[in-house]
Design a binder for this molecule. Sequence first.
Ligand code: 5GP
Ligand code: MN
Length: 342
Amino acid sequence: MLSDAELEQLRSILAPKQNIVVCCHKSPDGDAMGSSLAWASYLRRTGDEGRKVTVVIPDSAPDFLRWMQGYKDVVRYEKDKELVQTLLDEADLVCCLDFNMLSRTEMMQDALAQCEAPRLLIDHHLGPDIETVMSISHPEKSSTSEMIFCIIEQMGGYDDMTRSEADNIYCGIMTDTGAFTYNSTDPAIFYIIGRLMEKGVDKDEIYKKVYHNYRMSALKLRSYVIWRKLRYIKALHAAYFTLTKAEMERFHYLKGDLEGLVNEPLQVRGMKLSISLREDTEQDNLVLVSLRSSNGFHCEEMARTYFNGGGHADAAGGKLYCSIKEAEAIANKAILAYRGKL
Ligand code: 5GP
Ligand code: MN
């Protein structure tokens, strides 16, 4: 993945660094957590004695990722701003993993922007826009975790890779490919999976920890959305749902309960676009948007044009600062505007 010149550059950037912060985007998913934890572990075991590496995240990961080795030592900005500020003040390198714009770290954005330490970006989102000393951006890769595997391997770090690094990398690749149902046609991914399993990764166990971890109320909330809230625009092969804070409260919503639900309408034959619109649980007049596409339609441009967002060709997101009703109107307008392609 890296050319010889890039490898050399990366080596020379990393070698002298003693105080490294590794960070990822808000609402970290399996790939953000997996890549950050594995990269931090690699940096610790390969640095000079006394090298300090801390993973900093804007807010907590969902319950189904908290088993990940190293999660309990992660510092959360929303909980401990002062500690994060101290870590950033002391840092001689900030690694930005799995995001392409500082705004993706939301509440942590200003602290990162003001931090004087050089930045290293490792990411697979389209259109990276962060000032760095080195940007390793590969939108064709399934996940940042896959990139971390390739980098560690190219740096000669595979032999000493730990079981937990392998578990975390596996989890990141698994979650960003929907357990190998999309973004995973490159045979190299399965070579990597084989190499991870040689380290002892129990793939079925990780699958269970991540995907078979609902509370009954979460399963009911998800079913309620599909049963009562899904709007299907059959002629345009599109579907969307809206969800209010009150509805989520009715089902005792906890962070992560709706993870991946936006993918489910794509199970309908021929479906090209699925949109999730849900009220933020903390901020009024903020609607969180997720988009997924299939069957030759690509939703990333729609996310940028209509939802103040972006992401990947077929998995994107954004935000709207309005009521859920207004958000629904915008979604309808976006779907209609793309009727030629849907
Ligand atoms: P999800 O729907 O799982 O929250 O996000 C899917 C993808 O959309 C993410 O991997 C990320 O690339 C992108 N994304 C989600 N929310 C935002 C956002 O607010 N802004 C931008 N630029 N991208 C987003
Ligand atoms: Mn990712």
